[in-house]
Design a protein around this ligand. Structure first.
Ligand SMILES: Nc1ncnc2c1ncn2[C@@H]1O[C@H](COP(=O)(O)OP(=O)(O)O)[C@@H](O)[C@H]1O
Ligand SMILES: [Mg+2]
Length: 265
């Protein structure tokens, strides 16, 4: 299921023009990171994908559905959106109820709801915490509950808004495993992120936004290699990429493995 965004413009009621002509196609099964400075329009763009926001101009298609033509509740079957702040998303008294809510709300039979919830809980390492109130969990585990409750809906497209912000290294690794599993299942994963190392290690394609427009869009290596252009949106390439450049490597390296390989040559 492709996402097709054409000349998307969006202005908030106070007149702020957050998106100024975004055109972007995301193919089924792609893993894509959206990066850019604070206020670049990343969250505004992401919220158009599940219909939480509707274009002021242009169109957003999710598969054959134009988002303006379908209610948010229906779009939820195609696009899962994990909020940056779990506290905006979670409302149930225990983890199992929270994670079961989405698939139940999509109208699935009880057996299917249970199976989807168990799979999501296992993937996020929450199987031992099903009876806990999400608010008694640490912020890192609350983040995992937020991920699980969206993954349980089994949507072909999953959007993460700043998944690693405020997370410790162990949880960043957990989130990376979730992204890898979704990729293995053929799902489209879109992450908005400030975390350029996470982006370099887990995403094949990067879109850099600046002031409501696309500055760069391409393979992760090509985008992260363009240090001067990225600087316009205050994004620094990963430490390793910069180190590679200073070492005089000809190719752009984006992770440890590539740096080691390049040094061996
Ligand atoms: N509810 C809102 N009302 C008015 N302006 C907003 C609102 N939310 C965001 N903006 C503005 O829209 C622009 C894009 O914001 P946002 O999409 O949140 O950026 P990002 O996620 O990249 O930090 C910014 O100028 C921001 O101040
Ligand atoms: Mg944001």
């Amino acid at each position: 299921m492709n996402i097709e965004i054409k000349s998307l413009h969006f202005a908030y009621p106070d007149g702020t023009e957050a998106l100024k002509g975004i055109s972007l196609t995301i193919a089924s099964g792609e893993q894509i990171a959206i990066v850019g400075q604070n206020g670049a329009g990343k969250t505004t763009l992401a919220r158009h994908l599940n219909g939480l926001l509707k274009p002021s101009g242009g169109t957003v298609f999710v598969g054959d559905w134009e988002t303006t033509q379908h209610p948010v509740a229906k779009l939820a079957a195609r696009v899962g959106y994990v909020f940056q702040n779990p506290d905006e998303q979670l409302f149930s008294r225990d983890v199992l109820t929270e994670v079961s809510f989405g698939p139940r709300n999509l109208g699935y039979a009880k057996e299917k709801v249970d199976a989807l919830a168990q799979r999501a809980l296992a993937l996020t390492e929450l199987s031992e915490k099903t009876e806990v109130n999400p608010y008694d969990l640490s912020p890192t585990w609350r983040k995992m509950v937020a991920l699980a409750s969206i993954i349980a809906m089994d949507t072909p497209i999953v959007v993460f808004d700043e998944p690693t912000t405020g997370q410790d290294a162990a949880n960043v690794a957990r989130i990376a495993r979730v992204v890898a599993e979704l990729k293995r299942e053929g799902k489209t994963v879109i992450a908005i992120t400030h975390d350029i190392d996470f982006c370099a290690e887990n995403f094949e394609r990067v879109v850099a936004l600046s002031r409501g427009q696309i500055l760069l869009d391409g393979a992760t290596r090509d985008v992260l290699g363009q240090e001067a252009v990225l600087a316009q949106t205050y994004v620094e390439p990963p430490q390793l990429t910069r180190l590679g450049k200073r070492l005089g490597l000809k190719e752009t390296v984006v992770n440890q493995e590539e740096l080691l390989q390049a040094l061996k040559k």
